[in-house]
Design a protein. Structure first.
Length: 470
């Protein structure tokens, strides 16, 4: 009897200890989380306040530095020259009247003068890193594919996906799926208010970068994604040494000589060291490049009327692509552009048609160290810019067999290379990055069944099994 009583006491005591410990641990973990929430939302709230104030100032300085002249017109179509060929002479397609030239130069000097007179404190949360994207409308789907591909590399870095305004969001993606992937939709209009209507869609990318909460960020076009974990990029040169990393386009630079005079910077020679930028992928440090970012904002704000034309003179892809490099030069800050040439990947159909679909951009860390042609040739790809077609799993896995996963003879096939041997040799170490992309697209159609037509998952499963054996 006495013994039983002791046993009972021990059991009760143990249970009490267990319950207390459990409650304590639970309280610690959940309580800590909960007490962080107001902290985080306060920080976010404070940041939004700082961003609005910042926007008010920069918008004022931008509009006050408007070039007082008619916009530049060119008849388009500057022929680009690929970097494999001999360098061409500097193109002179855009012709400015004296009055335009003078007005542009005066306004440029006025803007950089304003930046010196009123140093800006760019709003961001110190010591943070993350990924920034701009999406909206159909681009949100491409961004979702990219977010899944980013997570596949093993990083859990926060991702901020900027949309013009809340109406561009899809509640299934923004409210259900992104939060589960540590990504979130942010409306530019929540900071810009009515000013958003004075920004054309060309400007959203620039403003997304300005308003992202991170100190250091990787910007990705919605159709770009890394195939390796991007965290290491922030910890090694060239990012740690230069604070701005860009990737190349296929051709020689296209800027008008007028631009260099307007920006008051030296005009580089047209030689093999000069390559245009592609700008689907950018690494930026707001700490070291705040002035560069603000000048890039100026070039983008006045891009469609002036600077895009001064930079590209009607060449293919005229847009923001060159604004990031030249703003670094104008602000006397460093930049690094990957030397390894961008490469198109694709295949030749059974009927002999060449189909390129993705631009591969290379690893900047090994690129930075490579000094010999043979070392350069060994650099592996790091980012894929899947632009043709952009990735929409529902369309790719449509039942009508019209998507690009079908060869001209009707057979399903891979689209980046001819075959698995070629793919693995290219990516190195037996890695088949394209297979990873299709597995992710297949899983998306099966997991997010409300986003896609009901057969997409079935077609995806069949495709990955048939072509990749997965
Ligand atoms: C803009 O230019 C026009 C004529 O080119 C001139 O009449 C006007 O005063 C200028 N405005 C400013 C604010 O400089
Ligand atoms: C960059 O350096 C040049 C020459 O030293 C100077 O004239 C210019 O004002 C500087 N630009 C900025 C934005 O600091
Ligand atoms: C589409 O392709 C699949 C796989 O190649 C094939 O089984 C199916 O019959 C095709 N459907 C049509 C409508 O051509
Ligand atoms: C299409 O061509 C490939 C490569 O020659 C071949 O393996 C496949 O069987 C062909 N498909 C059809 C439907 O003929
Ligand atoms: C893979 O494609 C390459 C390039 O077309 C070709 O040379 C090679 O023979 C192919 N290999 C196999 C295993 O089919």
């Amino acid at each position: 009897m006495l013994r039983q009583l002791w046993m009972l006491r021990i059991v009760v005591a143990c249970s009490l200890i267990a319950i207390t410990t459990f409650t304590l641990v639970w309280r610690l973990s959940h309580g800590a989380e909960r007490s962080n929430e107001p902290q985080r939302s306060l920080e976010h709230h404070a940041l939004l306040g700082r961003q609005r104030e910042f926007w008010r100032q920069i918008y004022h300085d931008l509009t006050e530095s408007r070039p007082n002249c008619s916009k530049i017109v060119h008849d388009g179509g500057l022929d680009v020259v690929g970097v494999q060929e001999a360098p061409p002479p500097r193109p002179m397609k855009v012709l400015l009247e004296d009055q335009q030239h003078h007005a542009l130069k005066t306004a440029h000097a006025a803007f950089t003068g304003r930046l010196q007179a009123r140093p800006y404190d760019l709003p961001y949360v110190p010591a943070t890193r993350g990924i920034v994207m701009t999406a909206g409308g159909s681009y949100l789907m491409h961004a979702l594919v990219s977010v899944r591909m980013i997570r596949r590399t093993g990083t859990n870095m926060p991702i901020e996906v900027f949309l013009r305004d809340p109406s561009e969001g899809d509640s299934r993606i923004c409210e259900d799926i992104f939060p589960s992937l540590n990504a979130k939709c942010i409306a530019l209009s929540s900071t810009l208010g009515d000013d958003i209507s004075n920004i054309g869609k060309y400007g959203y990318k620039m403003i997304s970068m300005l308003l992202s909460s991170f100190e250091d960020f990787l910007y990705l076009d919605a159709d770009c994604f890394p195939i390796h974990n991007p965290e290491t990029l922030f910890e090694q040169p060239p990012f740690t040494t230069h604070g701005l990393v860009l990737w190349p386009d296929f051709w020689y630079p296209t800027e008008s000589p007028f631009f260099f005079d307007i920006a008051n910077i030296g005009m580089p020679p047209m030689d093999h060291s000069q390559v245009a930028s592609e700008a689907g992928t950018i690494l930026y440090s707001k700490r070291t490049h705040s002035t560069a970012l603000l000048i890039a904002t100026y070039y983008n704000f006045y891009g469609p009327d002036f600077y895009y034309k001064l930079h590209s003179q009607g060449a293919l892809g005229e847009g923001d692509k060159e604004t990031f490099r030249w703003s670094a030069v104008t602000s006397n800050t460093s930049w690094y552009q990957v030397k390894a040439h961008v490469q198109h990947l694709g295949f030749t159909t059974q009927s002999g048609e060449r189909r390129d679909s993705v631009m591969a951009q290379y690893n900047p860390m090994t690129d930075f160290k490579a000094t010999t042609p043979s070392a350069l040739a060994r650099i592996r790809p790091f980012f894929m810019h899947q632009h043709n077609p952009k990735l929409d799993p529902g369309w790719m896995f449509a039942l009508d067999n019209t998507s690009t996963i079908f060869d001209s003879n009707g057979s399903m096939r891979r689209i980046w290379h001819e075959n698995v041997t070629e793919a693995q040799n290219y990516f190195g170490n037996g890695f088949d990055a394209e297979m990873g992309m299709w597995e992710e697209m297949r899983d998306m159609t099966c997991e997010y069944d409300k986003l896609f037509h009901k057969e997409a998952c079935e077609v995806g499963v069949e495709y990955v099994k048939r072509v990749f054996g997965g």
